[in-house]
Design a protein around this ligand. Sequence first.
Ligand code: MN
Length: 248
Amino acid sequence: MAVTGALDELVTANRILAREGVVDAFGHVSIRHPEYPDRYVLSRARAPECIDVEDLMTFTLDGAPIEPARRHPYAERHIHGAIYEARPEIQAVVHNHSPSVIPFGITGTQLRPVMHMCASMGSRVPLWDSRTAFGDTNLLVTNMAMARDLAATLGNHPVALMRGHGCVVAGSSLRDVVFNAVYLELNADLQMKARSLGEITFLSEREVEAVLNTRSSFTYERAWEYWCRRAGRPYDRQPVGGPLVDKI
Ligand code: MN
């Protein structure tokens, strides 16, 4: 995809995540730069609902802005660079404080798939606690040392929870990562509701694998079109079999 189109899609991703309640004034989404894989594109520090294409900035993986530093970047941009650095296959990253997800990072209760649409999170979601390696901080990931530690906990998983803070979601495309972030929030909400009713039957590991192995790029496309409409953004269809892949 041309760079211009990719930037428009990144704006759309910001608006969708805001519209769907995954981010509020805080939280951010980035893409690996389509032409320079050792860079990423992320907005200046602004609420995702308000972001437009002129807010987007390019950074090296260590978080240095490519442009003259006239704009205020997100303090937690390092999260993105550390994940792109550790995972060459990752093309898009979301960091958020998704409200229903937070309780699972602070109680020891595992967040696990309860519904087939939510299988993207995988059977096990690792938890990163900043206190383990960095002691009592303000919990913000404001340097590469913390971000690399978080990326190490993420490992090869698509999602990691951050204790007392939020989570990160890493994906093979922007549509993939937005899909996973939206359904992660839904799964967390459903899991809490189900818990109040009784014992939960979670998806088995094999069911999770079966969902991911049979999900086509059309699933992501159908969701993306719907979310574009709800967010008031133009929908630009991706050719099936193009840059979208089904799983990471
Ligand atoms: Mn944060």
